[in-house]
Design a protein around this ligand. Structure first.
Ligand code: KG4
Ligand code: ZN
Length: 343
């Protein structure tokens, strides 16, 4: 089966082609970072228009890279939510029209399910059930993945998502949008250069039972420490390092609890913050200690991309579980536990 996947839920336009036997045939991506940078955050209307502008050209390049003609595509998968409504509509309308014109199925994909299945792209031997730490710009969840479309959320953030906390902390220290990855780099460089003790940062929610998270207090703490500092590059690096250390320690402890609570020995890390080097190292060590296995998507498939959508769509096509409706249905909010639209 050959599935074209389209991602347009936020500020990346991704198009990819996945073959059920030969794997990923192509994937292309257009990032809108430069477009939104001058505003310090994603401007939804500009995001929608930019998706419309690039979708046709990206689809042509994905087909060209894969050496395929449009007529060889057997289904079109698209991100139907959650995300920015206009951005989702741009991708969904394009995907539905393309599928309609080719007389092939269109498959609505849940963005978070696509993220968590991305680990199987790198590691096809990964089978259900497994635990997922989903850490992105919009979500922070611990999930028990029982099967395709069958997910149970074990813990969630009560306020900011972890990627959002990275981005906001970066912004308040003058690191340009989207600062999360840059803040992580500054923290890593500081860690390898200095061995002086870091300022003490809280470890939110660790004193409470359960698997929920909270990151907004950590961001506020960073602001207080930053405002009291001399605001030099050294202070920025120290605070970045202390912030990242606290985030990683919190995520690590909650993952440990989830593994102990469920008895699962397989942990998947998904979403943009899954690209974080310190987090990857710490979780790897944890799973070694617990004699378990850890799976990461490759770095390029941690952040938003079309490959994870094509892959997820292909799994639904193979399972013959998708909604045949011609209507364009997108959802800005869409709980992961309700992701199987064919039910
Ligand atoms: O999954 P994603 O591409 O988009 C959403 O669906 O949200 O995640 C983007 C988030 C952003 O908040 C970005 O700052 C964060 O992932 N991110 C990182 C790193 N790379 C991307 N956060 C920490 N460390 C990184 N290396
Ligand atoms: Zn995402």
């Amino acid at each position: 089966m050959v599935v074209l996947g389209i991602e347009s839920s936020c500020d990346e336009t991704g198009v990819a082609i996945y073959h059920s036997e030969h794997g990923l045939l192509s994937h292309v991506l257009h990032s809108q970072i430069a477009l939104h940078a001058q505003y310090g955050g994603v401007v939804p209307e500009l995001a929608s228009r930019d998706h419309v502008k690039y979708l046709v050209a990206l689809t042509d390049s994905a087909l060209q890279q894969a050496g395929l003609m449009k007529s060889q595509i057997e289904a079109v998968a698209y991100t139907a939510g959650p995300g920015l409504i206009g951005a989702l509509l741009s991708g969904a309308c394009f995907a539905k029209s393309l599928a309609f014109s080719l007389n092939i199925p269109s498959i609505a994909v849940h963005h978070l399910e696509a993220h968590l299945l991305a680990a199987q792209l790198a590691e096809p031997s990964l089978k259900f059930p497994f635990i997922v730490l989903l850490v992105s710009g919009g979500h922070t969840q611990l999930i028990e993945a029982r099967g395709l479309g069958d997910y149970h959320v074990l813990g969630d953030t009560l306020d900011d998502a972890v990627g959002e906390a990275f981005d906001k902390t970066a912004k308040l220290m003058g690191i340009p949008y989207p600062g999360g990855a840059m803040l992580a780099k500054i923290a890593d460089d500081n860690f390898s250069m200095h061995k002086t003790p870091l300022p003490a940062f809280p470890r939110p929610m660790l004193d409470r039972a359960g698997l929920d998270f909270s990151f907004s207090g950590l961001k506020t703490h960073a602001l207080t420490v930053w405002n009291a500092s001399d605001k030099s590059p050294d202070s920025r690096a120290m605070i970045a390092s202390a912030f990242q250390t606290a985030v990683v320690a919190t995520l690590l402890e909650k993952c440990k609890r989830a593994i102990q609570q469920t008895g699962s020995k397989h942990l998947v890390v998904a979403g943009g913050v899954g690209a974080n080097r310190a987090l990857r190292c710490a979780l790897k060590t944890l799973m070694e200690q617990l004699s378990g296995e850890i799976y990461f998507p490759s770095i390029e498939f941690c952040t938003d991309n079309g490959a994870m959508v094509a892959y997820a769509g292909c799994q639904y096509l193979l399972a013959d579980q998708y909604d045949e409706t011609q209507a364009v249905l997108v959802k800005a909010r869409w709980p992961l536990e309700q992701c199987n639209v064919s039910e």
